[in-house]
Design a protein around this ligand. Structure first.
Ligand code: AMP
Ligand code: ZN
Length: 460
């Protein structure tokens, strides 16, 4: 049975077939790095990490997830905090990867950064201008949406209706209100690069098009992201890539995750109702968060609450409980495969609720098994399933031992980190000092600065 995915453009679940037999390319729009990721941002990272794991069982996958490290929000954060842009982006890229790894997200094959692909963007914009798909106006380069007949096909919008329904345009130099920026001028204090259109910086959409083309080719198999990105971000990426590549299809399958809400309100930085992964992992094991995010089908909305977390914790306790105390021989462990029904559920548009039901059924069978052989064999299957889903990565004794399940730091290591932090503080390098404090906190270590120096304790 082929893998099936729900493709946003076709509006239905379809069998998945890569462009080149045996090889798959996948691109996921990554974070804009000016802040810590919230739990909603983690949903696409976790869900599409699982898809990548499932694809790798069958295909040679190249998975790219970018960092948007040039953006007006980053510039604003720099002005607000007085910190250089590079420092902000470096810090939050690191934090993103650290936080995601606690959630069991494996590193993608490529992590392109926008600022390292400016040449590719400029080249792509030049082609778009040569082909009549883009025009220059008042130092900006804009994509002419009327030049692309399929504009709106991904998000199911009609361009004429969009134009007719537009409010009075704030940028009078645009030919159509839907025309979007490929390149914009920069003032001297803002980041900028020389280009045929003067010193400037790229628009957001062109970044992903250029990075996807550079690392994955003109046509990619799967393009993933949150539902909010369908329009305008993905519609625009698709339009400009297709036009720059002589009509070649940009992405063959578009997959989008539903939104995570809190108390039934969308979680977003602008609404201010965010729970940062960075904070949450100080309190809750990463696997609990991962399981909670995988508990609902990825296209459905997911409401985040105390109950979501509690029930994920209970579920993990059941799974860890099932394998606890069973010594699985290494060879058996290495050969074990997840059950067919569970793989089939994941290959059916990442049906995690069904896959988890299979997982629990398996654990239940294990709990009932009597013979030592059978218990070992089933425990090996449970652990193999955990490996695929990014769960059960701790020793069960450690899991139930309470305290820090994220990797225990020794007293020596803690003292060393505290000494380094105090040195950084003395040197007024607060970024490093904060990063060390965060690292300690993530490892479950609380520190307190007092007149006698810095003390620490393991949080409970
Ligand atoms: P941003 O940094 O806002 O561009 O978001 C990074 C990724 O997180 C994008 O794929 C968004 O679609 C996704 N995202 C943002 N907020 C949520 C949310 N509340 N629920 C699910 N996904 C989200
Ligand atoms: Zn993108």
């Amino acid at each position: 049975m082929a893998i099936h995915l729900h493709d946003t453009r076709r509006g239905r679940k379809v069998p998945f077939e890569p462009l080149h037999a045996g090889k798959v390319t996948m691109y996921l729009c990554g974070p804009t790095v000016y802040n810590y990721a919230h739990i909603g941002n983690a949903r696409p990272a976790v869900v599409f990490d699982l898809l990548a794991r499932v694809l790798r069982r069958r295909f040679d996958l190249t998975f790219a997830r970018n960092f948007t490290d040039v953006d007006d929000k980053i510039n604003a954060a720099s002005i607000e905090t007085g910190k250089p842009i590079d420092e902000i982006t470096a810090r939050y890229m690191q934090a993103y990867n650290d936080d995601m790894s606690v959630l069991g997200v494996l590193p993608p094959d490529v992590e392109p950064r926008a600022t390292q692909h400016i040449d590719d963007m400029v080249a792509m914009i030049r082609v778009l201008m040569e082909r009549g798909n883009a025009y220059e106006a008042e130092g900006h380069v804009l994509f002419d949406v009327t030049s692309y007949k399929d504009y709106g096909a991904l998000s199911k919008r009609d361009l004429r209706e969009m134009i007719a329904g537009s409010r009075v345009e704030v940028a009078p130099y645009k030919k159509s209100p839907q025309d979007f920026v490929l390149w914009k001028p920069s003032t001297p204090e803002l980041p900028g690069w020389d280009s045929p259109w003067g010193r400037g910086r790229p628009g957001w959409h062109i970044e992903c098009s250029a990075m996807a083309a550079r690392h994955l080719g003109d046509t990619i198999d799967i393009h993933a992201g949150g539902q909010d990105l369908v329009f305008p971000h993905h519609e625009n990426e698709s339009a400009q890539s297709c036009c720059a590549h002589g009509g070649a299809d940009f992405a063959r399958y578009w997959v989008h995750n539903g939104f995570l809400s809190m108390d039934h309100e969308k979680m977003s930085k602008s609404l201010g109702n965010v729970v940062l992964v960075h904070d949450l992992i100080k309190e809750i094991p990463g696997e609990v968060i991962r399981l909670a995010l995988l508990g609902a089908h990825y296209r459905q909305p997911l409401d985040w609450s105390e109950d979501t977390i509690k029930s994920a914790k209970r579920m993990l306790d059941r799974l860890y409980g099932a394998v606890r105390g069973i010594d699985v021989p290494a060879a058996m462990r290495a050969e074990a495969e997840p059950p067919d029904a569970l793989i089939a559920a994941l290959e059916d548009d990442i049906n995690t609720p069904k896959a988890l039901a299979e997982f629990f059924a398996l654990a239940k069978t294990l709990n009932k098994a009597v013979s030592a052989d059978e218990r070992e064999r089933l425990a090996a299957v449970v652990l193999a399933t955990g490996d695929l889903m990014g769960l059960l990565q701790y020793d069960p004794e450690h899991w139930f031992g309470g305290g820090d399940v994220e990797g225990e730091l020794s007293a020596d290591e803690i003292e060393t980190l505290i000494a380094k932090r105090n040195a950084a503080r003395a040197a007024k390098d607060f970024a490093t000092a904060d990063a060390i404090r965060d690292e300690l906190a993530a490892a479950g270590i609380k520190i307190e600065d007092g007149p006698e120096g810095t003390t620490w304790r393991r949080s409970d």
